[in-house]
Design a protein around this ligand. Structure first.
Ligand SMILES: [Fe+2]
Length: 225
C-alpha cells in the first residue's frame, strides 16, 4: 500500500518550520487552485510558503495536487475510507503509536520522520490513527487526476442512509481509484459530494460505475447536459 519514492528531503528545517507555524486545529493548506479544480489542478504554492523548506519540497515534487499538513490529535482516527486520488505522505511530527492501517490487507504502517516521501495506494480502504498521547503531523499531497474530456457524463447519486458519505467512500470512490488506474475512466471532475463529471472509456465502464452506485444503495442518474 505504501511505496517509498527515490526523492528524500532534509527533515530538520521542515520540522522547524512546522513547529513554528501558528496553532491549527486540523490542517494547513500549502497550495491552491481555481474553483472546481480540486482533483485536476494546476496548483500554485501559496505565497507565504514559497522559498521555505515546505515550499521547496512541493516545488521539487513537480506537478502535484492539493498539499496539506494534516494534524491527527492524540486518540484520533479517521473513518474507514478510500480516496479517488492516491496520496504522497511525509511524516514530520509523529510518535511510535501512529499508524496508517490498510483495512483490506490487514496491514499497519508507521512512517518514520526521516525526510522520505511515500506514495500511498488509497484505493484500498484505510485509516490513519494516532494511538499516542502527542499530536501527529503529516504532509499529505494529492496525486493529480486527469480532467474530463469533451464527451463527459454527469454522474449523480441520490438517497442513501445517514451514512451516505461513508458509503460513497467505500464503494464508488474505491471503484473510481481503480478505474482511473486501469484506464476505464479517462477523466474525472468533482462538482459536489454527490455529483461529478466523468469520461468513461466506453459504455461498459459507465454501466459498471452505475451498478456500483446502485449496489451501494443509491439512486443513480447520468446525463450529458
Ligand atoms: Fe485517505
Amino acid at each position: 500500500m505504501l511505496k517509498k519514492l527515490d526523492q528524500a528531503f532534509p527533515i530538520e528545517p521542515i520540522i522547524k518550520q512546522v513547529s513554528e507555524l501558528p496553532y491549527f486545529e486540523k490542517f494547513v493548506q500549502l497550495n491552491e487552485t481555481d474553483e472546481g479544480r480540486l482533483f485536476n489542478g494546476p496548483y500554485r504554492i501559496k505565497p507565504e510558503f514559497v522559498g521555505t523548506p515546505l515550499g521547496n519540497v512541493l516545488g521539487a515534487l513537480g506537478a502535484i495536487g492539493e498539499a496539506r499538513l494534516l494534524k491527527l490529535k492524540p486518540e484520533a482516527s479517521y473513518m474507514a475510507h478510500s480516496d479517488p486520488d492516491d496520496r504522497l505522505h511525509m511524516s514530520i511530527i509523529t510518535n511510535e503509536y501512529c499508524r496508517i492501517i490498510d483495512l483490506e490487507e490487514n496491514q499497519m504502517y508507521h512512517l518514520p520522520v526521516d525526510g522520505s516521501v511515500w506514495l500511498m495506494n488509497t484505493g484500498n480502504i484505510h485509516v490513519a490513527s494516532n494511538f499516542g498521547a502527542h499530536e501527529r503531523i503529516h504532509l499529505n499531497i494529492r496525486v493529480l487526476l486527469p480532467d474530463v474530456k469533451d464527451n463527459w457524463v454527469k454522474f449523480t447519486v441520490e438517497g442513501g442512509d445517514y451514512d451516505w458519505r461513508h458509503i460513497i467512500q467505500i464503494s464508488i470512490t474505491r471503484w473510481m481509484n481503480r478505474a482511473i488506474k486501469e484506464g476505464k475512466m479517462l477523466g474525472i471532475r468533482k462538482l459536489t459530494d454527490r455529483e461529478m463529471l466523468v469520461t468513461p472509456r466506453d459504455a461498459a465502464c459507465l454501466e459498471e460505475l452505475v451498478r456500483v452506485g446502485e449496489q451501494a444503495g443509491f439512486t443513480v442518474t447520468t446525463s450529458t447536459v
